[in-house]
Design a binder for this molecule. Structure first.
Ligand code: UGA
Length: 442
């Protein structure tokens, strides 16, 4: 017997939740998006995506037009409406610790559970420390009027910012952590159109499903830090990390993805996930097993410091009064997200060292200005570079990659560039009279 199409709620309409709610409505489900922030809900209702994500505004318009997607601030309405409830709230790093802050997850789950009067499945999607699902199962069944008729499952999310729509509609794999056959069938029904495309499904237990997510992000972070560690060695030997990475990538067992050397990883996920994982492992008495993640973090931080050193080397050691243009603020291209952004970290360190820093970014300027009003901001690269002593490429947006070194050479004070992302052609820039420096290259 096939399970009828469940009605879905998506609790938390940030990056993950808004994308999930919109895409599920596009796939044909009736979806109710829920958030405690009335401003966010109003914006979504009026067809506005509150963050930058290519393709998502068009899909939101389509989903709203279909009548299958609505938004509310009421968890009571959500409990009455849904059969399957996805928890998509954030788990940021705690202020004074490396641990994940689970306040939002706990409160979202509890507010929903309080109104669950019939059989329902609560599905965690947020990235959490292993063991959270077991604790939440107990919480839900204790608080919900329906008691053990409410079950909990875990379905980690692997979407990348900038490719969120594609990753949600056509994921590499689905992971279902469940405690019962019924929960698995509910999840299979909730993802029926995705499964029908041939997407592999891994059905497992709750702790494994929780761990898959942090294990995946840790692996990706490790791969990036591995090549950046090689860049450090290259710097000491006169070798070239870009040639090294290209040669490694031809080995299928290694592969070239996430092997791009440069300024390293940032964002709202990789940095905090590896820290929270280390913290949780320590609590579980297996801290040593993931002790290497501290080194992964350390290598990543050193790339930021080294980028500042390259600027110093170009200016003869002095930074006071040096005019610097920072191309990029977002933690990666095609995003307006500045959480733990390597670009802004470098810009702020230079500013603190006395440099006069002008930042330009196609999407993240407003977020950056709000967070760091002490920096100067420009609306385009040429204006930002006017009179600059050093230009830094910090986020590899296409429009920065395509800058004509001759044209930019006309507006700067000195033709000196630090390519923090290996995104430019050194030969082309040098031919245009620029002194070109990049991490891990002679
Ligand atoms: C990451 C994961 O890739 C997703 O699978 C996961 O779902 C998501 O975190 C999450 O936990 O929610 P995201 O943070 O959007 O996605 O960004 P990535 O594309 O992974 O890039 C992370 C950082 O690594 C960026 O700062 C990027 O510039 C840097 N990076 C990436 C490198 O320095 N080198 C590379 O080769 C690749």
């Amino acid at each position: 017997m096939t399970t009828p199409s469940p009605r879905l709620t998506v609790i938390g309409t940030g990056y993950l939740g808004a994308t999930h709610a919109i895409c599920m409505a596009i796939l044909g489900f009736d979806v109710l998006g829920v958030d405690v922030d009335p401003v966010k809900i109003e914006r979504l209702r009026s067809g506005e995506v509150p963050f930058f994500e290519p393709g998502l505004p068009e899909l939101l318009a389509k989903a709203l037009d279909s009548g299958r997607l609505r938004f509310t601030t009421s968890s009571e309405e959500a409990a009455e409406f849904g059969d399957v409830h996805f928890i998509c709230v954030g788990t940021p790093q705690q202020k004074d610790s490396h641990a994940a802050d689970l306040t939002y997850v706990d409160s979202a789950v509890e507010s929903l559970a309080r109104h669950l009067r019939g059989r329902a499945l609560v599905v965690g999607k947020s990235t959490v420390p292993v063991g959270t699902a077991a604790r939440l199962t107990e919480l839900v069944q204790r608080v919900a009027p329906a008691g053990t008729d409410v079950e909990l499952a875990w379905n980690p999310e692997f979407l990348r910012e900038g490719y969120a729509v594609e990753d949600t509609l056509r994921p590499d794999r689905l992971v279902f952590g469940t405690d019962s056959e019924w929960a698995e069938q509910q999840l299979r029904a909730a993802f029926a159109p995705v499964i029908a495309q041939g997407t592999p499904v891994v059905v497992t237990d709750l702790p494994t499903a929780e761990l898959v997510k942090v294990a995946a992000n840790s692996f990706l972070a490790t791969k990036i830090s591995y090549i950046n560690a090689m860049a450090e060695v290259c710097e000491a030997t006169g070798a070239d990390v870009t040639g090294l990475a290209t040669a490694l990538a031809y080995d299928d067992r290694i592969g070239g993805r996430f092997l791009k050397p440069g300024l390293g990883f940032g964002g709202g996920c990789l940095p905090k996930d590896i820290r929270a994982f280390s913290h949780r492992a320590e609590e579980l008495g297996v801290g040593q097993a993931v002790a290497f993640l501290r080194e992964v973090d350390g290598i990543n931080q050193r790339r930021r410091a080294r980028t500042v050193d390259l600027v110093r080397e170009l200016t003869g050691g002095e930074l006071t009064g040096v005019r610097v243009t920072a191309l990029g603020a977002a933690f990666k291209p095609n995003s307006d997200d500045i959480r733990d952004a390597p670009a802004l970290d470098v810009a702020r360190t230079l500013h603190r060292s006395g440099a006069q820093v002008t930042v330009v970014d196609p999407a993240a300027t407003e977020n950056a200005r709000r967070a760091f009003p002490e920096l100067d901001y420009a609306t385009d690269a040429m204006t930002a570079a006017a009179g600059a002593d050093v230009v830094l490429l910090l986020t590899e947006w296409t429009q920065f990659r395509e800058i004509d070194p001759h044209a930019m050479g006309e507006v700067v004070g000195r033709r000196r560039i630090v390519d923090g992302r290996h995104a430019l052609d050194p030969a082309q820039w040098r031919a245009a009279g620029w002194e070109y420096r990049a991490l891990g290259r002679p």
